[in-house]
Structure formats: structure tokens, C-alpha cells
Design a protein around this ligand. Sequence first.
Ligand SMILES: *[C@@H]1O[C@H](CO)[C@@H](O)[C@H](O)[C@H]1NC(C)=O
Ligand SMILES: *[C@@H]1O[C@H](CO)[C@@H](O)[C@H](O)[C@H]1NC(C)=O
Ligand SMILES: *[C@@H]1O[C@H](CO)[C@@H](O)[C@H](O)[C@H]1NC(C)=O
Ligand SMILES: *[C@@H]1O[C@H](CO)[C@@H](O)[C@H](O)[C@H]1NC(C)=O
Length: 387
Amino acid sequence: METGCRLDASSFLVLAALSLSACVTVSAQIKPLVYEEQLLWVSGAQAEVNTYRIPLITFTPKGSLLAFAEGRKLSSGDVGAKFIAMRRSTDKGSTWSPTSFVVDDGLKPDGLNLGSVVVDEEVGSVILIYSICFHLYHCSPSSTMMVESRDDGLSWSPPRNLSVQLGVKAFVGGPGFGIQKRYPPAKGRLVVCGHGTIEGDGVFCILSDNHGKTWYNGAALKSIPYNQQKKAQDFNPDECQPIEMLDGTIVINVRNQNNYHCRCRIVVSSKDGGLTLPVDNLTFDSSLVDPVVAAGALQKDGVLYFTNPSSDQKRVNLTLRWSLTNGTSWVDNPLQIWPGPSGYSSMTSLDSGTAEDRKHIFIIYEKGEKDYYETVSFVKIHLYGGK
Ligand SMILES: *[C@@H]1O[C@H](CO)[C@@H](O)[C@H](O)[C@H]1NC(C)=O
Ligand SMILES: *[C@@H]1O[C@H](CO)[C@@H](O)[C@H](O)[C@H]1NC(C)=O
Ligand SMILES: *[C@@H]1O[C@H](CO)[C@@H](O)[C@H](O)[C@H]1NC(C)=O
Ligand SMILES: *[C@@H]1O[C@H](CO)[C@@H](O)[C@H](O)[C@H]1NC(C)=O
């Protein structure tokens, strides 16, 4: 752990015992509480948009927060014309800019879908990966697209078609964030993982070793039977969230689309920076009961966090869990964020190393009274019980 756990040689003899116990207490003290919550988008209430769904949130290299969602123009369905809506906060989530639209797909019958946001801290850019025509209704082929901001989210490049480099396939990132590797192997690499349909379902990662200039296909965890119609309980890994552990392993938390083995999450890891996802390194986490949904995962200062609607049947009960053991166990007193209808969620944190930034993580999730897609809500979590 980075936080207050490093022992230097001169203090070692005197302070070793003391500091080691301090390390243990830092983790043991974790007692998340909802510090503040506000709705960023309300479906139906804003002009031109029927429904806001698929929320993403990221930090930026300058310490701002950017929130994104699909603004579905005509209906709540996955297929159809959309905007990519964005709001920006420069004060750690207290206030947010008005909504701007980063991408408008016109009135395409099978429009765009989010998507992954990935920050390149080495060059200071924020990259958004989305797809168009993912569902292949009324259109083909499906394309993987990218826009980029070099000014903290204020302006965005024109869309670039990554399918030219990746080949034509249906791939949609996350939904959630991609990562830039902070530790070896492949330090600096951008790793965006998502799922695909056209080539038969599964989790796929696309990689860039030059800050998003060129992309290539990395790891694939294929469904079984591959490229064939699925039945209930077939192996069908779907939407996913990668995180990097402190030893450089990438751990991907995956939606278990057909409830193979359990009504819980698939967890699979890559030791080679996203090139492979061996079946040897795949587990089912029976603690992470799931109603088949896109969930949030985050690693901060050696602690893992996980959000989903905690229910094996319904999208209700949005819950934050944390693990002090690299995901081998989860604390047994999770924090319920919202008992009612709740859907997709995503998390981020600011990692400047300041005491203030160590104390918080940020969650964005779909929240409703009757249906989970009524609003998109932002939650600032205090990790140490408000202290
Ligand atoms: C993106 O590139 C692929 C491969 O060249 C092409 O088939 C597809 O039509 C392009 N999509 C768009 C939206 O231009
Ligand atoms: C992956 O599997 C290999 C072979 O079983 C094992 O040696 C390694 O520790 C595993 N790594 C992870 C991250 O689970
Ligand atoms: C909500 O989640 C908690 C934690 O998993 C669980 O104990 C509780 O039974 C859940 N409530 C409902 C209504 O599913
Ligand atoms: C978690 O993994 C890190 C390396 O990534 C290791 O240093 C630490 O000891 C592990 N913690 C536990 C509780 O296994």
C-alpha cells in the first residue's frame, strides 16, 4: 500500500512495530459513508432526450471529474439515436457544468453505444471509446469509434474509426473505464475491455502502446458455444470492468450473462498486460451476487471496491462492497447506497496522493423509484466514516 505504510531504514528499528500496526488500522478503519448525493440527469426532463442511461465517470489528469451518459433521444431502448452527454466538475463533485453533448449520431436507427473512458496520464488526455451500430439493427457493419480531449474535457476531437485498425467487429467497451497500466508489465499501455457480439460473444480487450494513436486486439475470453446461439446457463461473459492491482495484474470483473455456474460475477485476470486471459485465472465470486448487469470496480490504495444492485434476481439494492484481501474476501458489512431500483454503476477516484483525495471515491449509477433508468445519480463516498 502507498498510504502511510512505507518504512524507511532509519526509522525502521524504532517504528517498525508501531507502523505495521498503523498499516493494519488504516485498512481496518475503512468505513464508507455517503457524503453527498446529487442527480446529474433525469430522464424525460431535459429537451431532446427521452432517457439517460449507461453512466461513466472518470478522473482527469488535472484533478477534475467527468461524467458521461448515453442520452437516448427517442426511447429508453438500447437501439436508436443518441447523444453522448457529459458534465464536468472541477471541485471534486460539489458542482457540475451544464450538460454538453460530446457526440451526436444524428438520427441513426441503430445509433451509438457507450463505452469506456480511459485517461492517459502520461500525455494528459481523456479518450472515449464507443461503438455505432453495435446491435446490427437496420445497419452494418458495427464500428468502434474514439474521441479524445487534450484540454480536461472542454473540447473533443472529431470521431475516429478504430475499426480500420482493429478490423470490423462488434465491440463495445465496458461500460466503465479503461486503464492505463501504472505498473509493469507494459507500463503506460492503454487497456480497454468490453464485450462483442458479431464474432460470437465474450470479453475482448483492445490495447494501445502509443497513447491511442494505434490500437490492436489483445486478450479474448470467448463464450461457449462460441459464435452460436446460447441457452440458459451457457458460458457467456459480457459487460466488464478492468482494474489494475498493485502488482501489475489486470483483474476484470465480468457480467455473467447466462448465469453460468452461479448467479454471481465472473472474475478473470491477466498477468501480461491484457494480451491473454487464461482460463486458469478465471474464478466465480459467489460473494458478488448479481442480477446480470454492468457493475463498478475500483482499486484504490490497495483496497478493492465493488458496486452493483446486490440481488440475484432484480436490479435493486445498489450496494458498495470492499475487500482488504485483493478480492479473495469482502467485508461482511457492505454499504447500501439505494434500496430501490438501480442498474449500471461505475466508480472513480482522484489519486493526487493528498489527504483529501485519499478519503473519497465517486460512484455514478442508474437510480429510480419505479424503474432503475429514471435518473443518473452521483455519490461522493467518504471512506473513513466522515473523519
Ligand atoms: C469504419 O471502418 C470500417 C473498416 O474500414 C468500415 O467497414 C466501416 O464502414 C467504417 N465505419 C464508419 C462509420 O465509417
Ligand atoms: C494464473 O494461473 C496460474 C496457473 O494456474 C497461476 O500460477 C497464477 O498464480 C494465476 N494468477 C492469478 C493472478 O490468478
Ligand atoms: C441488499 O444487499 C445486502 C448485501 O448483499 C443483502 O444483505 C440484502 O439482503 C439485500 N436486500 C435485498 C432486498 O435484496
Ligand atoms: C495484495 O496484493 C499485493 C500485491 O499486489 C500484495 O502486496 C499484498 O500482500 C496482497 N494482500 C493480501 C491481503 O493478500
